[in-house]
Design a protein around this ligand. Structure first.
Ligand code: ADP
Ligand code: MG
Length: 153
């Protein structure tokens, strides 16, 4: 686990860009990132940064209303999910996250606390508000991001 202080948007964007580099470098075909933190903490903001820094040139919308937004480009497929509005009857199965695809699949989940069944992640980012800026805790799973996190500075 590593704690960082991100003093402004630009610092969050830099973290997003480093995560994007690791996604592009990674040999795994499936990467899952969980994003925790209050409303307005930066979950969508960093998702946008990650997706754009991987090469997406168009808009990255918040999936707050649609629940899932998909981006399919350059042999990458991002599934960006926001579980904030899901109710208990709904299940993440509707997003078909385990679909077989030829691209590298990157699943980004905002509000993973609402998952009915815990899922393993490669990286978890927990945001909290500071009087100015944000504090983030980075927690890696067992794969790629483990070494990345050790080397992070
Ligand atoms: P949510 O976590 O609900 O998805 P958003 O990502 O939509 O929140 O909004 C985050 C807000 O915080 C944005 O307005 C963004 O500009 C701002 N923000 C992102 N990183 C920082 C930071 N390190 N310091 C201050 N504000 C930030
Ligand atoms: Mg959001």
């Amino acid at each position: 686990m590593k704690k960082l202080t991100l003093i402004n948007d630009e610092a969050t964007n830099q973290l997003g860009s480093k995560i994007a580099m690791e996604i592009l470098k990674s040999s795994s075909q499936e990467i899952e990132i969980h994003l925790e933190g209050d409303l307005g903490a930066g979950k969508t903001f960093i998702s946008r940064s990650i997706i754009k820094n991987c090469g997406w040139k168009d808009l990255v919308k918040s999936p707050t209303y649609t629940l899932c937004e998909e981006y399919d480009f350059n042999n990458l497929m991002f599934l960006h999910i926001d579980l904030y509005r899901t109710n208990e009857a709904e299940d993440i199965d509707i997003f078909d996250l385990s679909r077989k695809i030829n691209s590298k699949k990157v699943v980004l989940i905002e509000w993973p606390e609402r998952l009915q069944h815990e899922r393993s992640f490669d990286l978890k980012i927990v945001f909290s508000h500071l009087p100015e800026g944000r504090e983030v805790s980075l927690i890696s799973g067992d794969n790629d991001f483990k070494e990345w996190l050790k080397a992070y500075e």
